[in-house]
Design a protein around this ligand. Structure first.
Ligand code: NI
Ligand code: MN
Length: 243
């Protein structure tokens, strides 16, 4: 584990939100849903300096804190074109695009946008929804060569095998909550297709939405049959994976 991470620290902020601190000291957050997230520890809602915000899609439980954080920190936002255009119109200064299949060097890390099967919209203050483009997953390669895959919100899809073949992620962050994304069975097959050795389940807390029924225990039961050699790291909000 320590060797794999190569100096990167991964902090779970609850739901689908993670903070990555790179070996070089850069701060990256993916899918910031913090202020109104019942899972996020109070002290981690105050983010401090931030270099990059990765955004898989525009649903509130991935997007709620993007505008305030970008405004406070000047961080670069990386999202699909439609969300980028929305953020620019909201006054976000460093909004940059990425689309599926594309890669970009963002500071010290290389980011690749992958497919995800889900929706994406942005809720305006009056409750109406505007088009948010297509949802993404991300492969992030750190300075040491350590690679992780954050699947975003998605169904299982066969081309996860291609993500495994092309990018060889060491670690996958996968939704298991069911109903709105993969459940435990599908996520266990995702592990098999990706060929990863390490996995962190996410996006399942009934505290966030009571409709989530998938649990880490069910996920581990399926993995025992489908991908028995994988290391499952069940993180509590506030936990670090560190090296
Ligand atoms: Ni979503
Ligand atoms: Mn979601």
């Amino acid at each position: 584990m320590e060797e794999m991470l190569g100096g990167t620290t991964i902090t779970y902020l609850g739901h689908a939100a993670f903070r990555f601190t790179t070996a070089g000291g850069e701060q990256i957050i993916i899918d910031p849903f913090l202020t109104n997230n019942p899972q996020t520890p109070e002290e981690l809602k105050h983010v401090g300096a931030l270099d990059t915000i990765l955004i898989t899609h525009g649903h509130f439980d991935h997007f709620d804190d993007v505008e305030p954080l970008a405004g406070q920190t000047g961080a670069t936002t990386i999202s699909n074109f439609e969300i980028m255009a929305y953020l620019q119109r909201q006054g976000v200064e460093n909004a940059a695009p990425i689309m599926k299949g594309g890669s970009a060097q963002i500071g010290g890390v290389k980011v690749t946008a992958t497919h995800a099967f889900h929706g994406s919209s942005i809720a305006l203050d009056d409750g109406s929804l505007i088009y948010g483009g297509e949802p993404l997953g991300f492969v992030v390669e750190f300075e040491s060569g350590f690679k992780l895959y954050h699947a975003g919100d998605t169904a299982l899809f066969g081309d996860m095998r291609l993500i495994g073949e092309l990018y060889n992620p060491d670690l996958a962050l996968l939704p298991i909550g069911d109903r709105l994304t993969m459940g435990p069975l599908e996520a266990a097959h995702a592990v098999r297709l990706l060929g990863v050795n390490h996995v962190v389940p996410m996006h399942y807390s009934p505290e966030v939405m009571p409709i989530f029924t998938g649990t880490p225990e069910q996920f581990q039961e399926h993995l025992a049959k489908i991908a028995p050699d994988v290391n499952v790291h069940v993180m509590q909000p506030g936990d670090d994976l560190t090296s």
